[in-house]
Ligand binder design. Sequence first.
Ligand SMILES: Cc1ncc(C[n+]2csc(CCOP(=O)(O)OP(=O)(O)O)c2C)c(N)n1
Ligand SMILES: [Mg+2]
Length: 347
Amino acid sequence: MTQGSSIAPIAHSEEEAATVFGEEWRANVTAAYRWMRLGRALDSRMQALQRQGRVGFYGAATGQEAVNVAAGLATTADDWVFPGLREQLVALVRGHALETYAHHLFADDRDPGRGRNMPCHPTAREVHYVSMSSVIGTQISHAVGLAYALRRKEAAGVSVAFFGDGATSSNDFHAGLNFAGVLGLPAVFCCANNQWAISVPASRQTAAPSFAAKATEYGLRGERVDGTDYIATYAALASALRAARAGAGPTLLEFVTYRVTPHSSSDDPTRYQPGDWPVRAASHDPVARLELWMREHELLDGAAAETIGREAEAQVRAAVEVAEGTGPPTARSLTEDVYAVPRSGGP
Ligand SMILES: Cc1ncc(C[n+]2csc(CCOP(=O)(O)OP(=O)(O)O)c2C)c(N)n1
Ligand SMILES: [Mg+2]
């Protein structure tokens, strides 16, 4: 992993870690590191495969792994996830099989969506991970609708919505936060502020002092968190989830991260980002920061980190191999999941 001297480890004592994760803090942090390495390996492989013409599209979450892994580990099976483009790691941590996700990326016959959605738009019903609409911000209203349903059914669980800094300018952001605030719904709003909405910098997205500050006027709790600090990120999520479960209503969390990669495989950021951006972004790498902290606290050494990285790459390669060896969806699948009783005479 990157070990540049410009990268500062996260700064927490072991006592703090024990307060956040309980006695099992070492196990939590170690599991988190493994998941982050898997996310990193997945991004790197899929971006390469897209360039080779083997998958159609990819939107990486590089630099946002701490948020995704913390969300995957802090939520419980009762909770629901409404993702944006970059939260697939949340589904994997919650138990969605990597192989199934690879089938989705290749849009093959074993993709649960039967190849009907763009890559990076999976559905993972078994872990309450709802397929996103690509229309920016709409998942916020969907998440609030689900939170309202949970309330009306007196069911357990919290609805967790993910969206970017750009999505805070959408109508759904206003409607969703307002509705959730008025009704005090069990929801957590996670704004992954990676500082770019394609080419629009966060400074052009709002005149408010921060995205978290917007919570106040909706009557929500709001917190701005360093999203490259795994422990701080987990602590903020756990606290917001606890509040929602206790009936104390919704929270807006802003996770400040750095978009390391292009917006997606269809983007060229050299046309709009300042020249020093890649270096700045790399100096906030959440995976390297956690790794340095683990080394300081003797939870990891260089050899173990390398082994974990190699294992992650092998897992990704194996899943890709299976998916690439699977054929496309059959023509007949066109009418599956569309009609309760398929009409005869179809393909
Ligand atoms: C309503 C709408 N407008 C524009 C787009 C095109 N678009 C796709 S992603 C994106 C930027 C989203 O930025 P942000 O919310 O910060 O999320 P990020 O991609 O940075 O994670 C835009 C404008 C869209 N999908 N939907
Ligand atoms: Mg963004």
